[in-house]
Design a protein around this ligand. Sequence first.
Ligand code: AHR
Length: 497
Amino acid sequence: MVLLHIDPSRTVGKRDPMIYGHFIEHFHRQIYGGIYDPGNPLSDAEGFRIDVIKAMQRIKTPVLRWPGGCYVSASHWKDGVGKERRPHFDKAWRVEEPNTFGTDEYIAFCRKVGCAPYICTNAGTGSAEEMSDWVEYCNLPNEGPWAKLRADNGHKDPFKVKYWSIGNENYGSWEMGAKSAEEWGRLVTESAKMMKRVDPSIELSAAALADLDWNINLLKGSGKNLSWISLHGYWDGINQTNDYANYEQSMVYTNTLDSQVAKVRGLLAAMDFGNRIRIAFDEWNLRGWYHPNVDAGLSLDEYIKPRDLNDENQRYTMADAVFTACFLSMVNRNCDIVGMANYAPVVNTRGCIYTYPKGIVLRPTYHVFDMYVNELGDTVLDTYAEAGQKLSLTDKQGKATETPALDLLATLDAQGNVVLAAINKDPAKAQDFTIDWGSSPSPSGYSIHTLSGTSTESYNDAGHDDAVPLMPTKAGYKAPDSIKLPPHSVNVIKFAK
Ligand code: AHR
């Protein structure tokens, strides 16, 4: 049994609410038919899906990254503003992009959800000037043609977009206009300079890797202009045969959740940026898809359609939920350096909300966000767990490995209650743990909120949205000798002070 030592006076720090952020891309049905669906009775007068907005409000979406992703690296924001929208051929996903959803619509959507905008610029085929024109369009009151254009488009007041990312995965061969480490350092330096000349108050991020050369080149030239460094993580690469990792294989990935953070943390410290630059883990998800153009020259429709059938939701199970909880706990533990994380994406494809013409499905991962955002405290405690049981697992390549069965994160809420995120990764067995409260008074009782479903394969779908139910909170437990967590479960446990 695991023994968890908790001392409420030992804190790691306050987590930034932006660690519960999201991402949306011009990619299949994420925007069109996802958050934006003009003419659908479930949409408002401006075409935004009201059910999606409400679901995003419930998980207090703090920040939404847009418009890509790979999409951004060959797209031009000027095609998507004003009355005359210019459709273009999207070379990342090989479809026509109508550009009817552009900057004005994105800002309107963020305002309805109540989240901060976070714009990712085209650093593939775009220029430093195009990026700084975008800052002018969004943030200058009235100086210059682009600020005036915004006003002409009906928005007299600036949008005040604080968070900007220079580029996406510009290191990757799959990205349009990919760059070498040297080219990247130079482009970011020049772009940051021009963007900050337009609005010095913006906070900039730029694409990084857990790769020394790339990051050194980036930070040497541009470190002084960056507030963030951007990381992406997809653990389960899925190919044409749809070989989604099963539950056990997905748990193997939880062993490497923090490896990029650890490397970048070390480099930032070594280069004296540790106190100035934070990590924005601005795309993450258990599942990553190979890029159709890289893989087999398929069009987006050929590639995605088979993944967007009615049975699409069956792919997102308790494996995704447990992995998501482990990632969010990792980010909480690293809250001194990770200030933002963006689940990729929020809607459709492998997102936590699935839309169909008559409604939405809240996937198991959505409920994990709901529990973490709405129930955990904002102060992360520095705990120590004495080893418990390890699970023997086999990874996707057939290699045997182990992972701890339990993942325990402790937080303190505004009322001074200790609130735990307690994850049992064990596919089949309940697992126990006990707490040593040291010299602090033991709590008089606790309440527990559990997400587990009936099996590791439980999922939610249209028409049966209850396969992964949030079990009713059980209140009034007396201070226990040990707490038992059901198999494959994510739990939030609040201890009465
Ligand atoms: O989500 C699809 C793609 O995955 C994104 O465009 C890209 O940034 C990541 O590689």
